[in-house]
Every structure is written in C-alpha cells, then in structure tokens.
Write a new protein. Structure first.
Length: 441
C-alpha cells in the first residue's frame, strides 16, 4: 500500500473512532435518549398517553414519577419527549410545546421567587414582564401563561413544567409554587402539565390539603426490578453502535465484539460485582465510559482487560487515594485513631487521646525514628482536618482548647488497611501496628 493510501486509511479510521467516542459520550452522559427502556414499558405508555393529550388535545394534567435514585425517572421522561417529537400528528404543537418546557430543580430553585424568575427566563418572557409589579405570585404566573395564549383553549400553546427533586419544592413557604401550578392544571386556562420527579415514596403526605386537592393523584412508580440476565442485555444494548453508523463494516465488527465480550467470563465477573453493588444504570454508564476512553486508532475494539481496568478506576476510593499522599507521621496518627475507634467502639476522641496512643507506640520502639515534638504532631493532625479525613463533632468556639475538641475519623478500618497495602515504602512496624487487634498497652 502506498503512503498516500495508508494516510487516507488511517484518516478514515481516526474519523470513525472519533464518531464512536462522540456517540457513547452523548449516550453515557445522558445528552440524548438512546437505546431501549428496560422494565418500564407500562410506565412509558402511561406517560406518553398523558403528554399526548396535552400536546394534541390541549388537556391539562399533573403526575408524579416516583422511584429510588438511579431507577430511570429522567431517562423515562426524556424517551417520552423524544418520541413525542417524532409523531406527525403532534408536530405542530410540539414545535411550540418544546420551546416552552421549563425544567426546574429543587436543588437550584430554592425559593418560589427564584423558581418564578427561572420560569420567566426559560419561557423567554423577560422582555414581556419588564418592570411590571405584581400583587401576588399567582398573578405573576397567570400573566406569564397569558402571554403564551393565542386564542381559545385548544389553540393555546401547551406548557410542560418538569419539577426535579419535587420533594424539595414541598418545603417552600406555603407551597405557593405547587399550589398555583396544580391550580392552573385543574382550570380551563392555558394547557399545562406538571410532572414531578422524586425519590420519596411519602411525598404526598408532605403536601398541604389545598395543594393535594388540586393534584390529579397520578403516580408512576419505577423500580430497578431486572435480574442479571437482563443486566447483561442492557450492557450489550448500551455498548452497541446504532444501525445508522456511517461505517457499516466497523459497526458490525464492533457489535460482534460486544457480543463476545458479554459472553466472556472475566467481563461477566466485572459486571456481576457492579450489579451486586448497585443496579443504578448511571454506574454502568460510568464504567462503560471509562472503558470506551481506552479506544484509539491503534486499539479500535474493546477488550476484557479494558473493562477490568475501568472497573479498578470505578471502584477507586478517593479517601484511600488521599492516604497514599500522607507522611508517615500522619499515617501513624490515623492508625492511632483506628485503635481508639476499636477500643472505644467508635466513640469520639480528641487530639490528646490520639497523641497518647501514638506515644505508646513510640515507647515500644528502641530507635528514635518516630520521635516528634508535640507541636509537630499537632500540625500533622490539623493537616488531616484540612483534608477532611477527620471531622470535629461541632463547630469549635473561640475559647475552646484545640487539644480537647471531640473528633471522629471519616475512614473505616478496611479503607485504612487497603491504603497501607499500597502505601509506598510503608515501614513494617507501622503496618504491624495497624494490623494488631488491640491498642498498644
């Protein structure tokens, strides 16, 4: 093959790998609703029908999607919205419907006033509102929705309000935002659908009577009820390239390779460990994202070793990593705290207790390698505080003596022992001290 042809071939290959990376980044980072929904078919039909009635018939509605974190609440909603966009009979309304799609989060919009400003911004009505002064929250919201009206109820622009972390909006003063949104969804004004996403099963019990009476009581429950065989299917589905991928030959090679990987014992062990740890598909996506990052022009197909390495990175303990960078003195203080936790059954301790425990260890040693002045030991202890490996039980007062502030260790015994196994050049006697079951008496 000539140099020119070789260059063209490698260029196409680089473009192909770039496309692969782009597709999986969008899929695993939830920038697009791709693939199938697993175990949510009934919930999907319910939500799709609900939103179709809003977009096509101008019907107002409200519903709650309830499920534990990682059960697929946002994924379900994104799939329904994506499929609505593709429906011919709803297309005219959808053009406007998705322009007017305020997405509010209880983590960001912490008050009703902030939420209303965000609604105004997302509806692009800042110029309409201008410097107007409103007598109440309800009047302000009604004005915003009136600005979207263009005739009768059926021709008015439908609006979807998505309230993520719905349970946090419940704690807003008087639940004014929820009351007004549900009130509008029950009236014959602008077509409005309110969808709440929450992980709290008891969220309805938190609503005031006046708010609860205006809610439709539609609840869609999600649970991660799939078994390991279905988990393997999800793995294959999420890691497969779509049929419309530009390079059909490469896509077929890639998908065949994914099929072989799903049958590989090493890969199944990696997936089984993750499955037993958590069924949250975001964890699977993170694992696959780490594995796909290893794909290059010279390494175009995934291997079992890539998934093993990704699993190691995925399970990396950030706190244990911090321990790797500590000095021997700081390691000794952590071991002293570990022994105090063992002896006193997790009761809080103070610096003086840790220092005394450290002194017991030093007295057992003939050499002076670990002899440090008390201020130096205190400095090392304060460094552990800064790294948040140790935490005070309460905020210290100005007059409190630092040596006697009650603390707790934020590392458990297994994390400490695992970190010591890979700590570079850790002295043997320090390892032995850590492994001893009783405090040095």
């Amino acid at each position: 093959m000539s140099k020119r042809k070789l260059k063209e071939s490698s260029g196409e290959s680089a473009e192909c790998i770039s496309q692969v990376q782009k597709i999986f980044r969008e899929r695993f980072c939830h920038h697009c609703a791709a693939g199938k929904l697993f175990g949510m078919e009934q919930q999907y039909r319910h939500l799709l029908e609900l939103l179709k009635r809003t977009t096509m018939q101008g019907e107002s509605n409200s519903a709650l999607i309830i499920g534990p974190r990682g059960s697929g609440k946002t994924v379900l909603l994104n799939h329904v919205l994506k499929d609505l966009r593709e429906m011919k009979q709803a297309r005219e309304n959808l053009l406007e419907f998705f322009m007017q799609n305020p997405f509010l989060s209880g983590l960001l919009q912490t008050t009703d006033k902030v939420a209303l400003k965000e609604i105004t911004r997302q509806l692009q009505l800042e110029n309409v509102v201008g410097d107007k002064v409103f007598g109440s929250f309800a009047e302000n919201l009604a004005f915003l929705l009136e600005a979207l009206r263009k005739g009768n109820r059926t021709s008015s622009c439908p609006v979807l309000f998505v309230l993520d972390e719905f349970d946090l909006f419940v704690h807003h003063k008087n639940q004014t935002l929820l009351y007004n949104l549900f009130d509008i969804s029950q009236s014959a004004q602008t077509p409005v659908t309110v969808i709440g996403l929450t992980c709290r099963q008891d969220v309805l019990e938190l609503l005031e009577k006046r708010v609860k009476s205006r809610f439709s009581h539609r609840q869609i429950y999600l649970m991660n009820s799939f078994d390991f065989k279905q988990y393997i299917k999800i793995f294959k589905e999420q890691l497969s390239l779509p049929s419309e991928f530009p390079d059909e030959t490469f896509a077929q090679k890639w998908n065949n390779n994914v099929q072989h990987l799903s049958e590989d014992k090493t890969v199944q062990d990696v997936l089984q460990n993750l499955f037993h740890h958590t069924k949250d598909l975001r964890s699977l996506h993170l694992l696959l994202m780490l594995a796909v990052s290893a794909v290059t022009v010279h390494h175009p197909l995934l291997t079992a070793a890539d998934l093993q390495e990704a699993s190691k990175q995925h399970r990396t303990d950030s706190k244990a990593n911090i321990v790797h960078g500590l000095s021997v003195l700081e390691i000794c203080l952590i071991i002293a705290m570990k022994h105090l936790n063992d002896v006193y059954d997790g009761e809080p301790f103070n610096f003086q207790m840790v220092y005394n425990e450290f002194q017991k260890f030093i007295q057992r040693k003939a050499h002076s390698m670990y002899h440090f002045e008390k201020p130096v030991v205190m400095k090392a202890f304060e460094h552990l505080l800064q790294l948040e490996l140790v935490q005070p039980l309460e905020r210290p007062s100005v007059r409190a003596q630092r040596e006697y502030l009650l603390m707790k260790l934020l590392l458990d015994s297994s994390q400490i022992m695992d970190a010591l196994q890979v700590y570079p050049n850790c002295p043997t006697d320090v390892k032995q001290w850590a492994a001893s079951s009783l405090s040095w008496l």
